[in-house]
Design a protein around this ligand. Sequence first.
Ligand code: ATP
Ligand code: MG
Length: 197
Amino acid sequence: MRVGIMGGTFDPIHHGHLVAASEVADRFGLDQVVFVPTGEPWQKSGSAVSPAEDRYLMTVIATASNPRFQVSRVDIDRGGTTYTVDTLRDLRAAYGPEAELFFITGADALGKILSWKDAADLFELAHFVGVTRPGFDLSAEHLPADRVSLVQVPAMAISSTDCRRRVEEGKPVWYLVPDGVVQYIAKRSLYRKVDNI
Ligand code: ATP
Ligand code: MG
């Protein structure tokens, strides 16, 4: 079993995430890609990151039509700040020692891996696949060469930050995120400035 893992805040999930996962799945012959929304950081107030359940449901809506895409609750159910090493340990336990794990990450995140918790262990738990992302240089010079691959994916100049800002400003996010996610954002009034008075 070859399993891709795509971790993210997914606030909201967008087509950049989906294209990256699809492209790596094709290139590496993956049986599945598991999307893993991060936990809700308890040190931040609710305004910084949307509630975990909203991010989880948007991820489910966005991936539901692809038979190879799954969504895991491990990081949400563990709670607190998410560390990738914990994600990988939980998924390794769930899929067993025979599974080959491929952790998919954009060029921006790949550049920071060595600062992650238990960085040395990460490369024993999974093979890392860095994907191109507009605005960031893709380089793995700082990482163990036999445990990291770089993959060129169709350029999607989309970020969740930009999607949130667009909704806040009343601009469209159609075609940046899946249709169901546009509708979910509206239904739950996500990313709108709330007048607390
Ligand atoms: P935010 O702006 O809130 O940080 P984001 O768009 O960066 O959101 P994340 O949930 O932080 O999305 O990213 C999850 C993973 O997806 C990271 O590995 C990130 O590098 C990757 N990723 C996000 N957007 C793209 C994109 N447009 N192309 C390629 N990879 C992406
Ligand atoms: Mg990001």
